[in-house]
Design a protein around this ligand. Structure first.
Ligand SMILES: Cc1ncc(COP(=O)(O)O)c(C=O)c1O
Length: 379
């Protein structure tokens, strides 16, 4: 067994060997600037077109465009700020955002709301399993609603949201719909047409692609104000020299998850959850039991201090997480924990997130250590 047991794949993943080879090739051999006229430049330009076609095919998008960005945070900021700022300043603009979105969506919308430019944000509630009721979206729509943003799957608790139903309501009411699929892309089906989606955030480093590259898919005829102004790359939506090694690495990662990888992760996930709940007393699962990302395990251990548990697991070479990477240094329960557990939310929760490389032997070792540590911490 590998000495390191990495169970923090929702934070980031290791680069797959086949991705690494492609990144290397586009760094050492085909390193031209896509804006250059010479052959190397044109090869880079063609590589971008090829990568976009691969991503669009995965999303079932016949039209529209992919805008490459530097991270998922940037893609989400572009979707939210880009729409709101593209509309006349005097126009009233209303956004609907779920209360369990990633901080980058929440903070981008909060920033817009405090600019003093006629922007109002409503936060959609979730139930105890983190699920959104599409009827709530319908009830909260206003004549001035311009955008609804609901993630496809939550990064902490793994709950998969009913995005097709939400998207349909938005389409019927002529409101744009954005979904952040940073965690779910390639692990759960997403189809631009069938899910009535106008914009989607996808992220390379969550799927064994390189860090420093993500993308926003945008349907045709959507006007976005760019975040970065400059040389006009990415049709003016995202200036800056394109990251070809990253982009080609991302395109290579898109088809790494096979059906059998998804099935394996689901089985490992369910067995691990079952074992914890049945053999470690006073534990509970957060998130939905079945409408759940194939790699997400989020458990509360009554009476346990989660950072202590994470650090003790780490001393055995096991990497797990306190809620999410963004919240790991906080002393307070995350906004997601508070949304589903209310005032009873405590710092007693650990997230294990699997990858296609996770093995049964690794989880068995992890379970033994986990049981032992929880028993000793409780004493
Ligand atoms: C759901 C979700 N959205 C957005 C992000 C932000 O992605 P990045 O760290 O690449 O900016 C993350 C990263 O954890 C995420 O899980």
């Amino acid at each position: 067994m590998n000495n390191q047991i990495y169970l923090d794949n929702a934070a980031t993943t290791k680069v797959a060997p086949e991705v690494f080879e492609v990144v290397k090739k586009y760094s050492e051999e085909l390193y031209g600037n896509a804006g250059s006229l010479h052959t190397l430049g044109q090869k880079s330009k063609n590589a971008i077109i090829e990568a976009k076609n691969i991503l669009k095919a995965k999303l079932g998008a016949k039209t529209g465009d992919i805008i490459f960005t530097g991270c998922g945070t940037e893609a989400n900021n572009l979707a939210i700020k880009g729409i709101v700022l593209s509309l006349p300043l005097e126009q009233k603009r209303h956004l609907i955002i779920s209360e369990i979105e990633h901080d980058c969506v929440l903070n981008a919308s909060k920033w817009l709301a405090q600019l003093g430019i006629n922007v109002d944000v409503t936060y959609l509630p979730v139930d105890k399993q983190g699920l959104i009721n599409p009827q709530d979206v319908k009830n909260l729509l206003r004549p001035e609603t311009v955008l609804v943003s609901v993630m496809q799957a939550n990064n902490e608790i793994g709950t998969i949201e009913p995005i097709a139903e939400i998207g349909k309501i938005c389409r019927e009411n002529k409101v744009l719909f954005h979904t952040d699929a940073s965690q779910s892309f390639t692990k759960f089906p997403l189809n631009i047409e069938e899910d009535y989606v106008d914009m989607v955030t996808i992220n390379a480093h969550k799927i064994h692609g390189p860090k420093g590259v993500a993308a926003l898919y945008v349907k045709e005829n959507i006007n976005l104000t760019p975040l970065l102004h400059g040389g006009g790359q990415e049709k003016g939506f995202r200036s800056g020299t394109e990251n070809i090694p990253g982009i080609m690495g991302f395109a290579t990662a898109v088809n790494l998850h096979t059906k059998s990888d998804i099935l394996n992760m689901t089985n490992l996930r369910d067995n691990f959850i079952k074992q914890i709940l049945s053999e470690i007393p006073n534990t509970s699962l957060n998130g939905h039991p079945t409408l759940r990302l194939c790699n997400n395990i989020n458990i509360s251990f009554e009476g346990i201090n989660a950072p202590s548990l994470v650090l003790m697991l780490d001393s055995y070479g096991i990497s797990a997480s306190v809620s999410s990477a963004c919240n790991s240094l906080s002393l307070e329960p995350s906004h997601v924990a508070r949304a589903i557990r209310g005032t009873s939310a405590k710092m007693d929760t650990i997230r294990f997130s699997l990858s296609k490389y996770t093995t049964e032997a690794e989880l068995s070792f992890t379970f033994d250590k986990l049981k032992q540590i929880v028993e000793s911490l409780r004493k």
